[in-house]
Design a protein around this ligand. Structure first.
Ligand SMILES: [Zn+2]
Ligand SMILES: [Zn+2]
Ligand SMILES: [Zn+2]
Length: 256
């Protein structure tokens, strides 16, 4: 399995437009964070987690040649508004691209992208999507995919667990708390990735300390935090985190 972090930032991205803070002005390339998305690959399949507003830029930067399916986490703008950029890939696919989402996120997608439920006009090239509501684990192209319900404000939030060829990866990009049933599904995965917005608490995101506690409960072989905001630099996050837990950064690639 190979996981590539296409983006690791919170909703504003870093630098935030118009901001002169030390993190937004940092020379450390790890402090430049696009909105959060990941590419999960096996020898047979390429899956995308979320469609942030930066998706087109990320697809070009990482030279993504194909996307076989998309796993959506929730309907906040920073995870959704690159959705229409999938069109570049669906145009070349013989069948509609499968996309899985929670019931609430699927409803939002149908409201924003009304073409999902309309027959295409002849000669046009709208994204051809097969949208599925994910409530149970399912198999797709050699992956076992499990939705991971989590609490994140008013969003109908799900993280995802990916299992392939004896390897496992769990990612919950945005969350405040993780219910015990989801913790049980994540326990002992090879790689776990969680939300950690900043050092101060936030009403709908974990801060670094909350994320550390949840990652220790999961007990993955490797643990990373993402979705950092401009209040904490990569180096500051590294210093704050205990051994065995690190901040991810854009372009980080883990293969095992
Ligand atoms: Zn987010
Ligand atoms: Zn800033
Ligand atoms: Zn969110």
């Amino acid at each position: 399995m190979r996981v590539t972090f296409l983006g690791t930032g919170t909703s504003y991205g870093i630098p935030m437009p118009g901001c002169d803070c030390p993190v937004c002005r940092s020379d450390d390339p790890r402090d430049r964070r696009h909105r959060t998305a990941m590419l999960i690959e096996s020898p047979d399949a390429t899956l995308l987690l979320d469609t942030p507003p930066d998706l087109r830029t990320q697809c070009l930067a990482f030279d993504i040649r194909r996307i076989d399916g998309v796993l959506m986490t929730h309907d906040h703008a920073d995870h959704l508004f690159g959705f229409d950029d999938l069109r570049a890939y669906t145009n070349r696919m013989p069948e509609p691209m499968p996309v899985w989402a929670s019931a609430g996120t699927a409803q939002t997608l149908r409201r924003i992208f009304a073409y999902l439920d309309q027959p295409p006009l002849p000669g046009t090239s709208l994204a051809r999507i097969a949208l599925h509501v994910a409530e149970e684990p399912f198999d797709f192209m050699g992956f076992r995919l499990t939705p991971l319900p989590a609490e994140h404000g008013r969003a109908d939030m799900i993280g995802w667990k990916f299992e392939s060829e004896g390897r496992s990866f769990a990612a919950i990009p945005d969350c405040k708390t993780i219910p015990p049933e989801t913790l049980a599904l994540c326990r002992g995965v090879d790689l776990a990735v969680l939300d950690a917005l900043r050092i101060r608490p936030h009403p709908t995101h974990m801060n670094l300390d909350e994320s550390v506690a949840a990652l220790k409960a999961i007990g993955a072989k490797h643990s990373l935090v993402i979705h950092l905001c401009h209040e904490v630099s990569h180096v500051q996050a590294e210093q704050r985190l205990p051994d065995g837990i690190a901040p991810a950064h854009d372009g980080l690639r883990i293969e095992w």
